[in-house]
Ligand binder design. Structure first.
Ligand code: ANZ
Ligand code: ZN
Length: 821
């Protein structure tokens, strides 16, 4: 019989489904929560999904076989723009479009043989789910963690919606690559900045996270310690407040810069000859993104305001400029410029011929002239009573002095901004707020949740919230006073939905609560989270923030969600990421129908270690397919032997058998360690491949009383080792050799230490530290005997003849070094 993958896969898929084989319940066993980032239901599974979910499935199946109580759930991040765009384009309702896609994709995931507990499936667009998202929003509103403000926000003219800072990449919309502009709007925010310090500090606890992701989060939070210093403005009452991380450079300030959007700008130029130029410059910057403005390649430009500030330490008058490289929403939106020690200021000062005063010098070179910007540490010069101090010490002393003189204060600044969560979109969680003319903003009472998305909505693709077109939705009554009132018509960013889904899985079917704390306590944290590195900042930071907020509300039992994180690489073809636009997509369906899901899985796991990018390779797929055929034939040919031969006596094995037994046990050890410690699935699979080759060779060896017993044992183990990677064929072969229980419920094999002790070992022989030969000796040879044997080697004899033997160093089972001169 040959390997009929489609028959095999269908058979076991149905069986697993009928029996709910991977359902999980709380019990006394050690739990293991395996989670992969849930997909957006775009309609079709792509190779990136196959890779992500196959990696997770290996871990889930492996842990189950190791005896853990495994939770391995799946669901749908099912709100978002594409559904709405499909509605505009094809006239299908987003709900219908989404649910149909979910049905298709669920079927595809099942075909791939992923061991999910489908009873815990969730969809963020289902009212059973978003009811709780809304409840959390209200809790956050009550705690002051959700608030509304008017602000110039990022606006994508093509998606016609606002974007969070995190969704603007190089000045472009993350989704559609359009140039992002600014628009003043009333928007809802989450106060993630309140958690900046904890989010930063707790990164230290994330031992199981890649360093790269941790440092990306650190940079994103962007903590800076420094001071705010007040400069008087000549002829004005107002003060100019700056944020600086370098108070030590205050004697080197030669000009000041305000962000062009700074409220003081108009005030100090109005009615002066400088007003025109300043306004012209401001206009020019309107269409430039913050990223472009601060990019190193962008030329530093600005204009003089005609006004002067007074340095509080020197009382010198210094000109005030506005410039492109100072941003309104960082620090105080104004800086003291020190061209001698800051590259941006140096470039600007050179261009506009401004003074450059050096205040820090390399020790011993205080007298040399400053030619280029100096950003290193050093000793203070030109700084009055601080001269001669080490600059870091001076920084502390100047800060203290400033505080004492009430010229400024010590400050900490974070680059992190509050999270803008409202979207002028239909297909999202409705923000559960009501506007009453008398009572103002009133949350929807919890008993009235969920605020359900209406269906009588028009999709124009225009900038206003589509929910405004639903009369039924908009008009309501005030929960407080009962008068006519209006509902909020914006919906939430879909990143809100995905910020707590991992908690919902611990109790997916609870209709009373988002989740029961005891259930969450049993399953959380997620032991292993797996997903793309593109989520290093956004999703992973939001999920951490939400978990902390829910922890503080006594809803979540943990304050960090993910114990270990693995970020898998991309799937490439011809060196580029697979994408529709590049036309280099290999569809999983095609591979599954031509070779089967087991081959597809084996290939994506075998072709590269999980964290690296994977280059698609048709020959590689063929190779995996041939390998599975070979395994199938091997088991089919030997199934009678397997069923009739069981245990053997180790001590009775002959030399060839012992060697084969070594290879068997060594493979078990390697595969176990590769999965357990390193996620090196590729090398684990290649070890199984070698074992299959060794087994075929061993079958040719002479008959002996133990041969078939050992062969049977090897085959059994091959099938079990293969189970996490290619689960269908493993299940089939397991039943072919006479088992009625599932291979996925057997214990993971243990290797036999005894089998790994080799009878003979190779010893390296050195003369005066240089390798001169190798010999095979019995593993239990004595030191004396080994020394004697080494000195009898012909080559060694020649090399030491006529010399004096100084000493012989013997390292058992490894090396002999003979020292002679
Ligand atoms: C004087 C100075 C001297 C500075 C020197 C640096 C070096 P980080 O570390 O990123 O927090 N800065 C402050 N607010 C700014 C804004 N809104 N737009 C652009 N630049 C701004 O950077 C802090 C430093 O960036 C501050 O310290 C300030 O320049 C500048 F040798 O003040 B510094
Ligand atoms: Zn009211």
């Amino acid at each position: 019989m040959s390997y009929n993958f489609s028959k095999i896969e269908k058979k076991w898929k149905n069986k697993w489904e009928d029996e709910n084989s991977f359902e999980s319940f709380r019990n006394d066993k050690q739990k293991y929560y395996q989670l992969e980032m849930f997909p957006y239901p775009s309609g079709r599974i792509h190779m990136g999904h196959v890779r992500n979910y196959s990696i997770g499935d290996v871990v889930a199946r492996f842990r189950r076989m190791q005896g853990y109580n495994v939770l391995h759930p799946m669901g749908w991040d099912s709100f978002g723009l594409p559904a709405e765009n499909a509605a505009i384009k094809h006239g299908i309702h987003p709900n219908k479009w989404t649910l149909e896609n979910i049905d298709d994709m669920r079927e595809q995931l099942k075909e791939i043989g992923l061991s999910y507990d489908w009873n815990r499936e969730i969809a963020t667009c289902s009212p059973d789910y978003y009811k709780w998202t809304q409840e959390f929003f209200i809790e956050m509103y009550n705690k002051g963690l959700a608030y509304k403000k008017n602000y110039a926000v990022n606006w994508c003219p093509s998606c016609e919606t606002v974007l969070a800072n995190e969704q603007v990449v190089n000045g472009q919309c993350e989704r559609c690559d359009s140039e992002v502009g600014k628009k003043e709007l009333d928007q809802w925010y989450f106060k993630i900045t309140d958690y900046a310090e904890r989010l930063l500090e707790d990164i230290e606890k994330l031992d199981g996270w890649p360093e790269k992701v941790k440092s990306m989060q650190k940079n994103w939070i962007g903590k800076s310690e420094g001071a705010e210093i007040n400069f008087k403005i000549k002829d004005f009452e107002d003060e100019l407040n700056v944020f600086t991380t370098r108070p030590d450079t205050i004697y080197g300030v030669t000009y000041m810069v305000l962000a062009p959007e700074h409220p003081l700008v108009n005030k100090i130029v109005i009615g002066t000859e400088y007003e025109g130029k300043v306004n012209e410059f401001k206009k020019k910057l309107e269409h430039m993104s913050d990223i472009d403005r601060t990019s190193l390649d962008t030329e530093k430009e600005g204009v003089f305001t005609g006004r002067y500030a007074i340095n509080p330490l020197t009382n010198k008058e210094i000109p005030i400029y506005i410039a492109n490289y100072v941003l309104i929403d960082y620090g105080t939106g104004a800086i003291m410029a020190v061209p001698a020690h800051d590259e941006r200021d140096f470039e600007f000062a050179k261009k506009y011929n401004l003074d450059i005063t050096r205040v820090i010098a390399e020790k011993g070179k205080e007298a040399e002239e400053l030619k280029v910007v100096y950003t290193d540490k050093g000793v203070m010069v030109n700084s009055d009573k601080f001269n001669g101090l080490d600059n870091e010490k001076a920084s502390r002393e100047i800060t203290n002095y400033i505080e004492k003189e009430k010229i400024g204060t010590k400050t900490i600044n974070y680059r992190l901004r509050d999270w803008l969560i409202s979207r002028q979109r239909y297909w999202g969680t409705p923000i559960p707020m009501i506007y009453c003319e008398d009572c103002g903003i009133v949350p929807v009472p919890k008993e009235s949740l969920p605020v359900v998305l209406p269906t009588d909505v028009e999709f124009s693709g225009k900038g206003e919230s589509p929910l405004l077109t639903s009369k039924e939705f908009v008009h309501t009554s005030c929960p407080k006073c009962g008068k006519k009132a209006k509902r909020e018509t914006d919906t939430m960013d879909t990143f809100v939905d995905s910020s707590w889904y991992f908690l919902r899985y611990t109790d997916s079917n609870n209709s009373e609560k988002a989740f029961d704390k005891a259930n969450a306590k049993y399953w959380m944290k997620v032991d292993q989270y797996i997903g793309g590195v593109e989520h290093a900042i956004l999703h992973l930071l939001y999920a951490r923030f939400f978990t902390k907020v829910l922890y503080d509300m006594d809803i979540s039992p943990v304050d960090e969600p993910f114990k270990n994180l693995l970020t898998q690489g991309m799937v490439l073809k011809d060196g580029a990421k697979m994408s529709k636009s590049k036309g280099n997509v290999v569809s999983p369906e095609e591979i599954v129908s031509n070779y089967g899901a087991d081959t597809a899985r084996l290939f994506v796991l075998f072709a590269a270690p999980p964290e690296r990018d994977l280059e698609w390779n048709d020959q590689g797929v063929e190779g995996c397919f041939r390998f599975l055929n070979r395994v199938y034939r091997l088991v089919d040919d030997t199934k009678d032997i397997c069923m009739n031969n069981k245990s053997f006596d180790f001590d009775k094995l002959n030399k060839i058998e012992k060697e084969f037994n070594y290879s068997l046990n060594n493979t078990i050890k390697k595969v176990t360690e590769d999965i357990d410690q390193r996620f090196n699935f590729n090398t684990a699979i290649s070890a199984i491949m070698e074992l299959v080759n060794d087994t075929n060779k061993f079958r040719e060896s002479k008959d002996n009383e133990n041969k078939n017993k050992l062969l049977s044992k090897a085959i059994e183990n091959i099938v079990v080792l293969l189970a996490p990677f290619s689960p269908y064929i493993a299940e089939e072969l397991w039943s072919m050799i006479g088992n009625d229980k599932s291979v996925h419920s057997v214990n993971w094999p243990k290797y036999d230490e005894k089998a790994l002790i080799k009878d003979e070992v190779e010893i390296v022989i050195q003369v005066n530290g240089k390798v001169r030969g190798k010999i095979m000796v019995s593993a239990d040879i004595s030191k004396e005997e080994l020394e004697k044997k080494s000195l009898e080697i012909e080559k060694v004899k020649n090399m030491i003849s006529g010399k004096e033997l100084r000493k012989v160093i013997v390292i058992p089972k490894k090396l002999v070094n003979i020292v002679a001169n």
